[in-house]
Write a protein that binds this ligand. Structure first.
Ligand code: ADP
Length: 402
């Protein structure tokens, strides 16, 4: 069973073909700068890379080029496009309507359109991806997998903001949370690695990529997460501020900044980028500059670590204990020092890292806490595409059975 997974951004389209018989990745790639004359396709198969720079006016043309590559004699992974039995789409915002993945129907598309206001940057390209796939792969079932869905189990005390109810009802302003597919994947995988039933575990998942979020998961269900109404809330990210005094944007607007400028500052110029005095949003550059004595970068890392540890402490309280802390995504999987600094601040909970394992098993799937640690600490590489493909397979299999 071959499944195509698609993840569209405003000017990009990422794809993977997975064989769900053994969950093997057959090929994958990325189209960048859609809408331009110099769009770039990077296609990878068996460790080999094929690149093309061509004009791609829209997402449909991008997908068309991708499908051609997928069946290309030299670089392809399929003989015939008809081998694709289903398409799984990553959809950023499912609002309050979708608590799990769904078969895409006209009704679902309508609901996604209604959610555009909640995710103006993400849901429109997600819809373009769905429409392009429907046109180019007619009759092939499509499944939508939402970034927000896994977090829909949060209780009201976690998802309600202390603002008037009328605002929640009128504008649907509440905590939704994002990166749900990643939090779900790594928490389930962690339970397997620990050889425990997830229903018996209290887990804190720490997704530290360019975007970053933390989730408190009790018995497999999210009870709180750090991203909120938008992905701006929570811990410090590559270019996003995370939590700040809500008066700051108002203050800046009163000082003469436009709302768009403030939006740009908080989403694109803050976080590690802003704190490093615009050196970089990439943890590797910041680490290197810190090691050469750059003070801004030292503070950037201090703030980053401090805030992650604060969230983990808060979530240990929310969960009433913690059995496992999972690090994932670019920084979580690959930065030995960030994991070490964060865990050093969590000694109060009985967290003890095995320093040797933390270094030796970097970037792999591993338990990196010491034998004596009261809390297990794990690295689990995330794989959102595989989770999307699994959901897609489950949903279309049920459909066939029905
Ligand atoms: P995205 O949110 O874009 O999917 P990723 O999960 O791929 O992000 O994470 C990207 C980030 O991971 C980079 O910006 C960089 O800060 C960080 N990163 C990647 N490799 C390393 C590494 N070896 N050490 C420290 N940080 C790393």
């Amino acid at each position: 069973m071959k499944i195509l997974v698609i993840n569209t951004g405003s000017s990009s389209l990422k794809y993977q073909i997975l064989n769900m018989k053994d969950e093997k990745l057959l090929c994958k790639g990325l189209v960048e700068r859609i809408g331009g004359k110099d769009a770039k396709i990077i296609h990878k198969i068996d460790g080999k890379k094929h690149e093309e720079v061509i004009e791609i006016k829209d997402h449909e043309k991008a997908l068309n080029e991708v499908l051609k590559l997928i069946i290309n004699n030299e670089f392809g992974c399929l003989k015939d496009i008809k081998e694709i039995v289903a398409v799984g789409h990553r959809v950023v915002h499912g609002g309050e309507k979708f608590a799990s993945s769904v078969l895409i129907t006209n009704e679902v598309k309508k609901a996604l359109e209604e959610n555009i206001e909640l995710a103006p940057l993400h849901n429109p390209p997600n819809l373009l991806g769905i429409e392009a796939a429907e046109k180019l792969l007619p009759g092939v079932p499509m499944v939508g997998v939402f970034d927000t869905a896994f977090h829909q189990t949060m209780p009201p005390e976690a998802y309600l903001y202390p603002i008037p109810y009328e605002i929640y009802h009128k504008y649907k302003i509440r905590r939704y949370g994002f990166h749900g597919t990643s939090h779900r994947f790594v928490s389930q995988r962690a339970a397997e690695i620990l050889n425990k039933n997830i229903k018996e575990l209290k887990i804190i998942t720490v997704h530290l990529g360019n975007g970053a979020s933390i989730a408190a998961i009790d018995g497999g269900k999210v009870i709180d997460t750090s991203m909120g109404f938008t992905p701006l809330e929570g811990v410090v990210m590559g270019t996003r501020s995370g939590d700040i005094d809500p008066s700051i944007p108002i203050y800046l607007i009163r000082k003469g900044y436009t709302p768009d400028e403030v939006d740009n500052i908080l989403n694109k110029k803050s976080g590690m980028y802003g704190l490093s005095n615009y050196l970089s949003n990439d943890m590797r550059d910041i680490r290197e500059a810190k090691s050469k004595g750059d003070e801004h970068c030292k503070f950037a890392i201090d703030v980053y670590v401090y805030r992650i540890a604060k969230y983990i402490g808060a979530y240990a309280t929310a969960l009433g204990g913690v059995d496992a802390i999972i690090f994932t995504a670019g920084v979580g999987e690959n930065s030995t020092s960030i994991r070490r600094h964060v865990c050093n601040r969590l000694k109060i909970f009985g967290v003890e890292l095995d320093q040797e394992k933390n270094v030796k098993l970097n970037s792999s799937e591993a338990i990196i806490s010491s034998e004596n640690s009261k809390v297990k600490v794990l690295i689990v590489p995330t794989n959102e595409e595989l989770m999307i493909a699994r959901d897609t397979k489950d949903i279309i299999s049920k459909r066939v059975e029905a």
